[in-house]
Design a binder for this molecule. Structure first.
Ligand code: KIV
Ligand code: NA
Length: 263
């Protein structure tokens, strides 16, 4: 089976909404693969899988390890891997070196990086050299130390032109799609109307050309998610109940039983 391609995603502008979720490991990726158009190996894995406070501490090696697992576990969806903080901001050359390493080591189909107009030169440098780039604007978690936290963007209308300029800049530079995170609805709509590439919203209203959520957030696994997450599952409670029963069974020697024992 051939995977969904970058041009196929790019062609979905204004069409049936693009479906995406994050995944960091082979088994969940295999499930998501049956339903999503692309899967993001997000640097949110630093927080979700490794208990970090922010995504700033995520090393490129970790993105490669999880990226490989997700590529191995899937066959249909386009796999996009996040470039972690510090691996691309310095210069287009550094970004190319690290993006090429991520693509070679994981066999993913594209990379994602955060930033608007300031990253346009780098996005052009990568796309002209064979690396498809998904951009990410609005609330950009790698800049949370500058922004003073994970803050919804665009509450002040005066900030809208800069966000729209960011969207235009990354599209003109060759990004094939654009994650728009944590922005008020009218700004999400204006960004989506301003660019010829699909916008993928997360906390950015139903007006975007697609949606993405962090898988663990929508499964109800882990800490209380942000307002924009719809919680479809209760995995945290299911795991807790299973572990509790296992512990009880071990303590009362009812596990393992005859069926779980080699005679
Ligand atoms: O790291 C991540 O999971 C992301 C998405 C939520 C867009 O960047
Ligand atoms: Na990310």
């Amino acid at each position: 089976v051939r995977r969904i391609t970058v041009p196929q995603i790019a062609a979905r502008k204004g069409g049936t909404p693009i479906v995406s979720l994050t995944s960091y490991h082979a088994h969940t990726a295999a499930i998501v693969d049956e339903h999503a158009d692309f899967i993001l190996v997000g640097d949110s894995l630093g927080m979700v899988m490794h208990g970090m406070e922010t995504t700033v501490g995520v090393p490129i090696e970790l993105m490669i390890m999880h990226g490989r697992a997700v590529v191995r576990g899937t066959k249909r969806a386009l796999i996009v891997v996040d470039m972690p903080f510090g691996s691309y901001e310095e210069s287009p050359n550094v970004a190319f070196r690290n993006a090429a390493t991520i693509m070679k080591e994981t066999q993913c189909g594209a990379v994602k990086l955060e930033g608007g107009a300031r990253m346009a030169e780098t996005i052009r440098f990568l796309t002209e050299r064979g690396i498809p780039v998904m951009a990410h604007i609005g609330l950009t978690p790698q800049s949370s130390h500058v922004m003073g936290g994970f803050k919804t963007q665009g509450r002040d209308e005066d900030s809208w032109p800069a966000h729209i300029a960011d969207a235009r800049a990354v599209a003109e530079a060759g990004a094939f799609a654009l994650v728009v995170e944590g922005v008020v609805e009218p700004l999400a709509r204006q960004i989506t109307e301003a660019v010829p590439i699909p916008t993928i919203g997360i906390g950015a209203s139903a007006d975007c050309d697609g949606q993405i959520l962090v898988l663990e957030d929508m499964l109800g696994l882990g800490s209380r998610p942000p307002k924009f997450v719809r919680v479809y599952g209760d995995l945290g409670a299911q795991i807790e109940a299973s572990v509790r029963r296992y512990a009880e069974d071990v303590r009362e020697r009812s596990f393992p039983g005859p069926d779980e024992t080699y005679r």
